[in-house]
Design a protein around this ligand. Structure first.
Ligand code: FAD
Length: 463
């Protein structure tokens, strides 16, 4: 065995340049390390781990059918990973290791440690940037620095890529099938069962979204009762689907999409560029990985340490229906609509004045698409401590957000059956209505008064 492929969050055979290069170089073996201790430290949600294990099962079988053996190795944490890959290389006389880069600090340090080892043993380590279109550090302002605001980043990104033709790279010639036994380490608890993991179904999901939903995305993306977004985030987070593949698919139908940044169709691509922006930030500002505020000015904010308010938020018992329905969507499905992520994050950090880090952690522990770069930046955006921060005095009103984005209360009714019979007009804040009906006890009282909470947040942030 001369060449090895090291899988991480790039769990795909197709559209994986690093893997293709490894195969061209004779690779017939790949490894994936199970690092339960590390994942616990990173608060990876059980549902995401289940998706990961199911996908590894699928991938192992797919690779075996092409003559490549996927070795699933228990390594506890990243230090263990480096030790295990070192001994694997020694045992099998590996001379070349191929992988895709990950940009979070612990992952970068893991790779530095392996590189040091590889250098000392004469092993070549080839690291690719298959998780992004633009490698971090490649999109810079005129002073050669990373942009701190999204729009100029996007414009610079487009300048580089708007004429690029993205395509599906053909995999290299593969080998005769081999036998493969799935490791016991891949046992699934079934929690992610609703999310398919096979390539055929997923390619239909992507194609259907692009054919049927892309044109209405801009109008429907903010309405949580409609399935107006792609729902692809869990797959992008684990590298099951690549952003290259998505751009190639869009360009097949809309070849000019990157040249028409004002069009409706571009709106979705814009989100993929947000994803890139956040990956660049996490790579270039390592302190974000340590949960520092991006904007140090807000280090002075005195967050409230109120366990009972935090618990009410976590359990969807704040007495604000849209917030509660959103949190129950997260608890029941492991996913939450983007508009609602903004609403509940704003509610926690502004209305309850609870540290964004607590919400960030809770999200990671429950999201099937948990992703440090997008989650950290999404939370800091909502808390106004982040990059491209909204001004701190812009505070989402959970009642008007509800009236605007769930006007008939359809989404609320789905997750709060206790409010099923409340008329649309009253459902956004049903307390007076329930009191008049003598049914106040059928729903949680509001834990804060909107106006008073707003004032409190403004005063706290003025600091
Ligand atoms: P679509 O609207 O179909 O978008 C397509 C893809 O673009 C998504 O799958 C995602 O990869 C990317 N994307 C979309 N919106 C954003 C965004 N605002 N920032 C970065 N990338 C985006 N996304 C995660 O993948 N993981 C997280 O842990 C995460 N945490 C978040 C926390 C907060 C507080 C907020 C406000 C947003 C967070 N997001 C996160 C971003 C966004 O909410 C999700 O990516 C989106 O809801 C996923 O649904 P979708 O796949 O249907 O998205």
């Amino acid at each position: 065995m001369n060449t090895l492929f090291w899988f991480r969050r790039d769990l795909r055979l197709f559209n994986n340049d690093a893997l293709y290069q490894a195969i061209e170089n004779g690779c017939r073996n790949a490894v994936f390390f199970i690092t339960e201790k590390q994942w616990q430290k990173h608060d990876v949600a059980a549902i995401q781990l289940d998706l990961l294990k199911r996908r590894l099962h699928f991938l192992g079988e797919l690779l075996a059918s092409k003559g490549i053996e996927l070795h699933i190795i228990d390594a506890a944490d990243y230090a263990g990973c480096v030790e295990k890959i070192a001994s694997f290389c020694e045992q099998h006389q590996v001379k070349n290791v191929y992988a895709n880069n990950e940009y979070e600090l612990n992952e970068v340090n893991r790779d530095k440690a392996f590189l040091q080892h590889a250098d000392s043993k004469g092993i070549a380590f080839y690291a690719y940037d298959g998780d992004v279109i633009a490698p971090p550090g490649s999109i810079k302002n005129q002073s050669g620095e990373m942009f701190k605001v999204f729009t100029p980043f996007k414009n610079a990104w487009l300048k580089v890529y708007q004429d690029t033709h993205f395509y599906f790279a053909e995999p290299p010639k593969m080998f005769e099938p081999i036998e493969w036994q799935p490791s016991e380490l891949l046992a699934s608890d079934g929690s992610s069962e609703k999310w398919p993991v096979d390539d055929e179904t997923l390619s239909h999901v992507c194609a259907r979204f692009i054919e049927e939903k892309l044109a209405t995305y801009q109008d429907q993306r903010d309405i949580p009762s409609i399935k107006g977004t792609s729902g692809l985030s869990p797959y992008l987070a684990l590298g099951i689907i690549s952003v290259h593949q998505l751009l190639a698919l869009i360009q097949q139908r809309h070849p000019d999409v990157l040249r028409s940044s004002k069009s409706n169709l571009f709106c979705w691509v814009n989100e993929l560029i947000w994803r890139e922006f956040y990956r660049h930030l996490i790579a270039i500002y390592p302190n974000l990985n340590k949960y520092d505020n991006f904007n140090e000015k807000y280090n002075a904010v005195k967050w409230r340490d109120d366990d009972s308010d935090f618990k009410a938020w976590c359990e969807g018992k704040t007495g604000y229906p849209l917030v509660d329905a959103a949190m129950r969507q997260l608890l029941q499905t492991g996913w939450m609509h983007n508009r609602l992520r903004m609403v509940v994050a704003s509610f926690l950090t502004k209305h309850l004045l609870i540290d964004w880090r607590k919400g960030e952690r809770f999200f990671m522990q429950h999201l099937i698409d948990g992703d440090l770069a997008s989650n950290n930046s999404g939370w800091q955006w909502a808390a106004s401590t982040g990059c491209d921060a909204q001004p701190y005095f812009r505070i989402f009103n959970p009642i008007t957000q509800s009236e605007r984005f769930d006007p008939d209360g359809e989404f609320i009714r789905k997750y709060l059956p206790e409010l099923e019979k409340i008329p649309a007009k009253q459902i956004h804040f049903p307390h007076d209505y329930l009191a008049k009906q003598g049914k106040s006890s059928s729903y949680w009282p509001a834990i804060v008064d909107h106006k008073a909470a707003r004032e409190r947040a403004l005063n706290a942030f003025k600091v």
